[in-house]
Design a protein around this ligand. Structure first.
Ligand SMILES: Nc1ncnc2c1ncn2[C@@H]1O[C@H](COP(=O)(O)OP(=O)(O)OP(=O)(O)O)[C@@H](O)[C@H]1O
Length: 279
């Protein structure tokens, strides 16, 4: 019910979107995905514009994570088409999706807990590295130069997200909110065109959420990164998103600006519970 109240709130002017979005870069057409007898997604279509912050919302089990997993190639839908930058994507696995410029963070933090912040962020550069592991281990000339360049990029991202002071700290020792920021840094180190964020504010206190909102907006503004995010905090979603797509029981029930979605009777019904109840 907390979500419902937040859905009706007016947007906070502090975070009001102020960016120009570009042409469609990702187009999802008629996506259907089932797991055995469970229909996770049914005939979902929506697009993502360049430089946009696009949110996917919906009650638990609505199909949000499945949708993100379709976009980054973890799941292959039984039906539908994905067009990324005008190219039809067929049978693309998650490595190919990452190489094509789609990076993501996870609902549950997926970092190397024993490694430092810097080393974790460096793993985000792996796909960009040309020299192989043996050359890197031998610190052979070109590999060494390449590593220095990648390290510089990782340090830039660390500075941008204001985590310099913990760059040598093992990630497992950091509080949850900072670990989430390190995960964002690692995804950003890959210099993605599209960044997929799976519940970036989950488990955060109010102050940590405000910080994360600022960083997401700054990343979008200053790096021009297109962002697709799943988030349960409706206040956050309505404040920072350009457009919102709403899923319920694997179907799309709303799509539009925060104001349009807020006024959509089907969306209100889904969040109030109505006959479907229990959300
Ligand atoms: N790997 C899987 N195997 C079988 N069923 C799955 C799998 N992944 C998701 N599902 C089912 O698909 C439906 C959609 O799940 P999904 O996790 O995408 O929803 P969600 O909106 O992200 O939920 P939440 O907000 O709780 O994370 C659910 O019924 C779920 O049980």
């Amino acid at each position: 019910m907390g979500e419902t109240t937040m859905l009706m709130n007016e947007p906070d002017a502090l975070f009001a979107p102020r960016r120009e979005t570009g042409p469609v870069i990702l187009d999802l057409r008629g996506i259907s995905l089932s797991f055995g007898g469970v229909k996770a997604l049914t005939d979902i279509s929506f697009d993502v514009r360049e430089h946009e912050i696009r949110a996917i919302i919906g009650p638990n089990g609505a199909g949000k994570s499945s949708m993100l997993n379709v976009i980054n190639g973890v799941y292959r839908p039984q039906q539908g088409e994905i067009v990324f930058r005008g190219q039809h994507r067929r049978n693309m696995d998650c490595y190919a999706a990452a190489r094509s410029g789609i990076a993501r963070t996870f609902q549950n933090i997926a970092l190397f807990k024993g490694m430092t912040v810097l080393d974790n962020v460096m793993t985000g550069r792996n796909l960009k590295m040309k020299s192989n592991f043996l050359l890197q281990a031998l610190h052979w000339g070109p590999a060494r130069r390449e590593e220095i360049a990648h390290r510089r990029k990782a340090e830039e991202v660390i500075d941008f997200l204001e985590i310099q002071h913990i760059r040598k700290t093992p990630v497992g020792r950091l509080p949850y909110g900072l670990q989430k920021r390190v995960e964002l840094a690692r995804a950003l180190a890959a210099e993605p065109e599209i960044l997929l964020l799976d519940e970036p504010m989950a488990g955060m206190n109010v102050e940590e959420k405000q910080d994360m909102c600022r960083f997401i907006l700054d990343v979008n503004d200053q790096f021009g990164t297109t962002i697709v995010l799943i988030e349960h905090d409706m206040g956050v979603v309505m404040d920072i998103s350009d457009r919102v797509v709403v899923l319920d029981y694997g179907c799309k029930i709303g799509d539009g600006t925060p104001d349009e979605v807020r006024a959509n009777p089907e969306v209100i019904r889904a969040y109030l519970g109505g006959e479907s109840g229990g959300h």
